[in-house]
Each structure stands twice: as structure tokens, then as C-alpha cells.
Design a protein around this ligand. Structure first.
Ligand code: ATR
Length: 268
């Protein structure tokens, strides 16, 4: 039996175990997916211990993505993002990857029918999530404008992403006028029914992805639907980062429908 897992703190309410175990069941793979909450001082020992015990792969979540980046050999994208959310132990040595970037890209393409190559994309947020999304969209060929409450953080991130620009939130109406893709990578919408984007800046030519998945129907997505935009909820981004990790670990195409069923059962 193979063992996969999630390392973070806290991880008690994670939706990754049911999502990944649904994928193993769909492909008849004999595997379990379990959660681990190592103390900060034990993180390096935990990753090395997982390798020594024959664990096949780990996902990594808050607050450890940046630190695990320093513990394993990383691929180019994870290196540029500076954070690892997936460790693969199935090769000769442990390797670190960042599937959050592909999660956003694949959610927009597969569920929003977005054409990212040459698109003008707007990413709201310049934290860890914004960083992964901005690199993912730029790699797919989009020109990325990053808008953040703290403008300096957006400008700093933009200097690391090819052809990107950084702005304050007040630039959003101007940036969105010609854009075809919008991603909310802030936590706004999670705690309260609020949105970081003025509703009247949204329009029908946009594909809008909200990384927030609890609740699934955020105010941003309701405003976007009212403006005639195509909406993609945060469960799709969660799903596709998991699908990408599954594919890295197993070399098989992810059973997206089964994973989606499992996720939405738990999100309802
Ligand atoms: P994560 O790793 O999930 O991205 P983070 O690094 O703490 O978390 O970043 C949170 C993001 O949400 C940031 O872009 C933050 O803006 P600041 O850089 O100005 O802090 C954004 N954010 C959080 N609360 C916000 C709010 N009430 N209004 C606007 N942006 C907010």
C-alpha cells in the first residue's frame, strides 16, 4: 500500500484526504492519504522521516510551504515562486514542486474555457497564493497585472514575474477594462461577504476565478455572474492543484470527475 499525506498546521479540516482517496478508488490504486501536523522545530525531521518510511508523496500547506522549499531540491517553477506545496518521493531523491500555479491555470482553462496565451490577466493579491497564480498565468503566456491592498507588495512581486506590473487596488477599474481574466488570490470573501473588486468594473468578457472556496458562492462570483462574466469557483483551483499532484506522483491522468464529486460532497 502506498501512503501520501498533507503536512501543515492546522490540517484537521483539510479536504485533500477525501479528494485524493476518491482518485485512488477511481483508479483502483492501493493507497491512503493522511494528514500530519508537525511542530515547527520538527519540520525537517518530519520530511526526512516521511522519506525514510517510504511515504510516496506529501502535499504541504500553511505555514510550511516556504520552509519546505529550503529542504528539498525544487523544480524551476517552485524555485521562482519560492514555495513548495508538493513533495515527490517516488524518484531517486525528494523533489519539490508547486501545483498551486497549475491549479489556477487549469481551473481557468478547463472550467472557464479561458485562453491564457496572450491574455491580459489581473491577479488581486500578492501573498503566497498571488505569487503562485501570477507565475502560473505568466508561464501560460498571459500578461499579468497584480493589484494589492499594499501596493509595494504588488510592485515587488511584479518585478519577479516576466512582463508583470504592480498596482494598488484603486487601479482595478482601469486594469479590468481590457482584461479577459481575473483571479482573486486574497482571503477577502472568506470571513465576510465582501469583495476586493468593485462590481461595476466587471464585464461579460471576463473569466473570473475566486481562490476562496469557503463559501463557494462569494460576493465576487455573484457580482461577476450578474455582469455576465464566466465564473470559476475556488473548488476548481483546489481540485486542479490536487489533480496536478496526483499526476506527478502516479504518472496517470487525474480522475477529475471523481475528485470533484468528493470535494463538493464535503463543501456542501
Ligand atoms: P496567502 O498565502 O493566502 O496569499 P497572505 O500571504 O497572508 O496569504 O496574503 C493575503 C493576501 O490577501 C494579501 O494580498 C493581502 O493584502 P496585503 O498584502 O495588503 O496584506 C490580501 N488581503 C487580506 N485581507 C485583505 C483585505 N481586507 N482587503 C484587501 N486585501 C486583503
Amino acid at each position: 500500500m502506498q501512503v501520501f499525506g498533507l503536512v501543515g498546521n492546522p490540517v484537521g479540516h483539510s479536504l485533500s484526504p477525501p479528494m485524493h482517496e476518491a482518485a485512488y478508488a477511481a483508479h483502483d490504486i492501493d493507497a491512503r492519504y493522511v494528514t500530519f501536523e508537525p511542530a515547527p522545530d520538527d519540520l525537517a525531521a518530519a520530511v526526512e522521516g516521511a522519506r525514510a518510511l517510504g511515504v510516496s508523496g506529501l502535499n504541504v500547506t500553511v505555514p510550511y510551504k516556504e520552509r519546505v522549499h529550503g529542504l528539498v531540491a525544487v523544480d524551476d517553477l517552485a524555485g521562482r515562486i519560492g514555495a513548495v506545496n508538493t513533495v515527490d518521493f517516488t524518484g531517486d531523491r525528494p523533489t519539490g514542486h508547486n501545483t498551486d500555479a497549475a491549479g489556477a491555470r487549469r481551473a481557468l482553462e478547463a472550467e472557464g474555457d479561458a485562453d491564457l496565451d496572450g491574455a491580459d490577466a489581473v491577479v488581486v493579491g500578492a501573498g503566497g497564493a498571488g505569487r503562485a497564480v501570477a507565475h502560473g498565468l505568466a508561464d501560460a503566456g498571459a500578461t499579468v497585472a497584480i493589484a494589492n491592498r499594499t501596493e509595494e507588495r504588488a510592485v515587488g512581486l511584479a518585478s519577479d514575474v516576466p512582463a508583470a506590473t504592480g498596482h494598488g487596488l484603486d487601479a482595478l477599474p482601469g486594469l479590468l477594462a481590457d482584461a479577459t481574466v481575473l483571479v482573486n488570490a486574497t482571503s477577502v470573501g472568506m470571513e465576510e461577504d465582501e469583495t476586493p473588486v468593485p462590481g461595476d468594473a466587471l464585464h461579460a468578457d471576463l473569466v473570473v476565478l475566486d481562490a476562496v472556496y469557503a463559501p463557494l458562492e462569494t460576493r465576487l462570483l455573484r457580482d461577476a455572474a450578474a455582469a455576465g462574466a464566466t465564473t470559476v469557483d475556488g473548488a476548481w483551483m483546489l481540485l486542479y492543484q490536487g489533480a496536478e499532484a496526483f499526476e506527478l506522483w502516479t504518472g496517470r491522468p487525474a480522475p477529475v470527475a471523481a475528485m470533484d464529486d468528493a470535494l463538493r460532497t464535503h463543501l456542501r
